[in-house]
Design a protein around this ligand. Sequence first.
Ligand code: B16
Ligand code: MG
Length: 223
Amino acid sequence: MAKFADIKGFVFDLDGVITDTSIFHSQAWHQVADKVGVKWDDSLADALKGISRMDSLNLILARDHKENDFTAAEKEALATEKNDNYLKLVAQMTPANILPGIQAFLDDLKAKGYLLSLASASKNSPLVLKHLGLSDYFTKSVDPASLKHGKPDPEIFRRGAEILNLDPAQCIGVEDAAAGVQSINGAGETSVGIGDPKVLAAADVNFTETAQLTLSNIEAAMA
Ligand code: B16
Ligand code: MG
């Protein structure tokens, strides 16, 4: 793990860290899983966190060995149906959907001169940031459509540091998903996991709640 004093930037995941959309993604996929007859449970919901739309659909179908039961066009239609479900939920979002402590943390980071970028797998992240009133905080975002590999591959977090003109070792990556923590670690950044420490065992630093995400808590955990 890097020294806190060397940290110059933060690379943020969006869904499940800045806002509670991970619940919306789960609800939207749950409807699709019911439709294709795959049993939904919490472990499936966790496995989909941070995973791209089509990879998520393939994971759901594979749960019940149904991955070869649908044509590519049928899979596209199911992925579009999930996104339509999701967008209906996103349409109701406001700044009240920012998770506890995040607004204060972002303001503190900005005030102290840390650089910020976004490493979200979601193609909907610009829309979500707009609803949250946070677009101005994240003028630098990795475009998930430009990636060769999704999380857990390190590419997205490596790019998150690159667009800040920082070395990965100067960055902290913040994630709620096991696949995302793996991506941060692979990129050579310090990983802060938010959520169940059992699910996020690979994280350098773990907090169960976003409200614990403060610079002083991170500094203490890295000491
Ligand atoms: P979309 P993150 C991820 O965002 C979500 O965790 C994951 O559940 C979702 O499937 C993925 O984005 C793709 O999202 O369908 O909106 O393009 O956690 O990396 O911010
Ligand atoms: Mg996430």
